[in-house]
Design a protein around this ligand. Sequence first.
Ligand SMILES: NC(=O)c1ccc[n+]([C@@H]2O[C@H](COP(=O)([O-])OP(=O)(O)OC[C@H]3O[C@@H](n4cnc5c(N)ncnc54)[C@H](OP(=O)(O)O)[C@@H]3O)[C@@H](O)[C@H]2O)c1
Length: 282
Amino acid sequence: MGNNKKVGVLGLGRMGAALAGALLGAGHDVVVWNRSPLKAGPLLDRGARLAAMPAEAAEADVVLSCLSTYDTQQPVLDELTPSVLVNLTSGTPEQARGVAKWASSRGIDYVDGVIMAVPQGIGTPGARILYGGSPTAFAAQRDVLEVLGEPVFLGEDAGLAALYDLALLGIMWSTMSGYLHALALVGTEGVAPERFTPMALSWLSAVGGFLPGIGAQVASGEYTTDVSALDINAAGLKLLVETSRERGISTAVPAPLAELFGRAAAAGHGAHAIASVIEEIR
Ligand SMILES: NC(=O)c1ccc[n+]([C@@H]2O[C@H](COP(=O)([O-])OP(=O)(O)OC[C@H]3O[C@@H](n4cnc5c(N)ncnc54)[C@H](OP(=O)(O)O)[C@@H]3O)[C@@H](O)[C@H]2O)c1
């Protein structure tokens, strides 16, 4: 392959190892560094080179960093000055902007990314990675980033990807918690997950269909509805809390929602659509 690049990968945890593996699979020249060098073994067998120090892995066209947290990452970054840094460690928007500032002070072209996939999905069509930061660095390294998953550039603000990440994960965590609560609830009557899950899946796809309408109402601030008023939903949530309590299972998942919907209704949104709850959240 003619246009292979030299790519440094810092961090060989579950995700870092998957990133390095995909890059090797695409024929790139990969140099890896990890605090525990033994983890590099399988990658070295596939042709990666091991850097003894982080700075050695930074002598590359682009460096990807994927460590557990920003706090563990910064001392590692302080040891290097790569030309292009793509930071794939999860953090807050402010943390990402902090590293962008640090990079700019050292003349490093900086791109911040968040991985919307599990390690096993890296390099497969379902993987998507969101980026923000330097548009020129993103464009120049797009060929490398495409190997990992569909690259989506959000804008020049290096904090945007982390913001999207947390927003999307929030949807995932609340959906999964709702599903687990549902399994516990139907489980009180002996309904097994495999019997209930197909119903949950088709319901979830119907619920997903409501999102564009809810989003449009939030955008316009116009909450009239002829579908389902907040009052009815707040009452339904109360029933869910009561039934959970009667069955002796925790109300930790639905109770805060019942409280939130009840507060929005009491604030005058009872006849409005569910979208009006955003006024209370804000
Ligand atoms: N796994 C996922 O599904 C997933 C999905 C999206 C995003 N991410 C993000 O990817 C990042 C890495 O996740 P992961 O699943 O690969 O985690 P992991 O398997 O726990 O690996 C953590 C990595 O951080 C390194 N590390 C931890 N503390 C360190 C320190 N004090 N100094 C130097 N290195 C240190 C570890 O080195 P050692 O090997 O020496 O311990 C290892 O390379 C996280 O920010 C995570 O949120 C993960």
